[in-house]
Design a protein around this ligand. Structure first.
Ligand code: PEP
Ligand code: MG
Length: 412
């Protein structure tokens, strides 16, 4: 198989792997995304270490793709390739080959197979997952804190969720217009230049969630979308949890999980929040369960670092009732097949499935096709700026217009 790879850059300027596959129908590429606030149970990203690129090079992963290319099964169906990769790696967390190696191969195989079948990528994913394709609602990061913006709001992502629209293009328009208003309001508050955060939102001049949410709500009102656009948070609470003291350091306050839960209830009372991701640290299945029970049915509780797209962890969360939505990140697990399995498990439990980009992403829009083919309820694709984020918006706009696909509905 004419499969190779090279070291490319992601949106943070950090190396990532891009697989290149030549078949008679053409040449296909797939670029792997990468997280900044990665869950400790995610599959391993193979990095070179050493001095160059601060140790973040991926030349070993590139070499792995080249070595594996010679051994891949002749039948390069998704199943056959992914199962081959899983057994060649033979570790729980892809630590031998690297999940960046395996996902690069798995994704480029998906693109080549779709082309061989003469079908768009979303339709290939739709058939594999036996779902009727639909466009996911955009979960749009409009402002962020913690490690995604360099400012010190503890909550990592403040997102817009346009729930009262019937088309993706109308959702996109609302998000863009709110973004313009938020930019104007921010400019009035600070003399600093306006900065874009890692996921295409705006860096706000606050250190607390309350004023951040007030300004965003103000922007929604001024843009004329109050009631139509709701709010979603990614707390990424592992980032402000101290494992030694078992205490959260939230906005400079030392809080137990009970007190932290109280903070979230205050925010839910004051703002139209409908979804909260990772409200507690990544091992606290019990606190998640308590929170899910208390907030039912108004709030969608999303597991990201808690679940890491991993079927063992999803099973545990289903049994304990720890959440009611899965954040689906292919690079947390390392193959298309395992990503599909995770989505299916979540669906079978009656959960929502929310596909997600990473803070280190690329102009490769595969996530738009994956989320559409798997009929995800929503997709975290960032704010309406930065090319790697707009690549996903623009692909979804294209799919809506030229494949006449319907928009998902947010139930709850
Ligand atoms: C997230 O935490 O949901 C996220 C997209 O950020 P990262 O890619 O840094 O994990
Ligand atoms: Mg998250």
């Amino acid at each position: 198989m004419n499969l190779t790879a090279f070291q490319a850059l992601d949106s943070r300027g950090v190396p990532t792997i891009c697989a290149v596959l030549k078949i008679k129908n053409g040449t296909f590429t797939a670029t792997v995304p990468s997280g900044t606030t990665t869950g400790k149970n995610e599959a391993v990203e193979l990095r070179d270490g050493g001095k160059s690129f601060n140790g973040k090079g991926v030349s070993k992963a590139v070499q792995n793709v080249q070595d594996i290319a010679k051994k891949l099964p002749k039948d390069y169906s998704q199943d056959a390739v992914d199962n081959f990769l899983i057994s060649l790696d033979a570790t729980e967390n892809k630590s031998k080959l690297g999940a960046n190696t395996t996902l690069a191969i798995s994704l480029v195989i998906a693109k080549a197979n779709a082309a061989e079948n003469n079908e768009p990528l979303f339709s290939y994913f739709s058939k594999l997952s036996r779902q009727t394709a639909k466009i996911p609602l955009p979960m749009a990061c409009i402002a962020s804190g913690d490690k995604h913006s360099g400012k010190c709001v503890s909550i990592q992502e403040f997102m817009l969720l346009p729930v009262k629209f019937s088309t993706f293009s109308a959702c996109t328009q609302a998000i863009a217009e709110i973004y313009y208003e938020l930019g104007k309001l921010t400019a009035k508050k600070t003399k600093e230049a306006l900065f874009t955060d890692m996921e295409g939102g705006i860096v706000l001049p606050f250190t607390k969630a309350q004023p951040t949410l007030e300004l965003i709500t103000n922007a929604i009102d001024r843009a004329g979308y109050s009631g139509k656009v709701k709010l979603a948070l990614d707390c990424a609470a592992s980032e402000f949890y101290n494992e030694k003291t078992k205490i959260y350091n939230y906005e400079g306050r030392k809080l137990s999980s009970d007190k932290l839960s109280g903070v979230y209830f205050d925010l839910m009372r004051d703002f139209s929040i409908v979804s909260i991701e990772d409200p507690f640290h990544e091992e606290d299945f019990a606190a998640f369960a308590e929170f899910t029970k208390k907030t039912k049915p108004n709030i969608t509780v999303v597991g990201d670092d808690l679940l890491t797209t991993n079927s063992t962890r999803i099973t545990r969360a289903v049994l304990q009732g720890s959440c009611n939505a899965l954040l689906l990140k292919p690079n947390q697990i390392g193959t298309v097949t395992e990503t599909l399995e995770a989505a299916e498990m979540a669906r079978n439990a009656g959960w929502k499935v929310i596909a997600s980009h990473r803070s280190g992403d690329s102009e490769d829009p595969f996530l738009a096709d994956l989320a559409t083919g798997l009929a995800c309820d929503a997709a975290k694709i960032g704010g309406p700026s930065r090319g790697e984020r707009t690549a996903k918006y623009n692909r979804l706009l294209y799919l809506e217009k030229f494949h006449k696909l319907k928009l998902a509905k947010w139930n709850g």
